[in-house]
Design a protein around this ligand. Structure first.
Ligand SMILES: [Zn+2]
Length: 55
């Protein structure tokens, strides 16, 4: 009856990932973007971006 129609999202990485949700607070809370990391202003959760540099 219903044809299985798989829809693949042709999403550009830069367009979609402008905002990042906090893993602790949930999807409603967005994290602040920093040059090297993402920080949540609510719980203080920090996510480092790719290419971590050991200081
Ligand atoms: Zn948070």
């Amino acid at each position: 009856m219903s044809s299985t129609h798989k829809r693949y999202k042709a999403e550009g990485d830069q367009v979609v990932r402008l905002k990042k949700e906090c893993e602790r607070c949930g999807e409603a809370v967005f994290m602040a973007e920093h040059p090297d990391r993402w920080t949540c202003g609510k719980c203080g959760y920090t996510i480092y971006k790719r290419g971590r540099k050991a200081a």
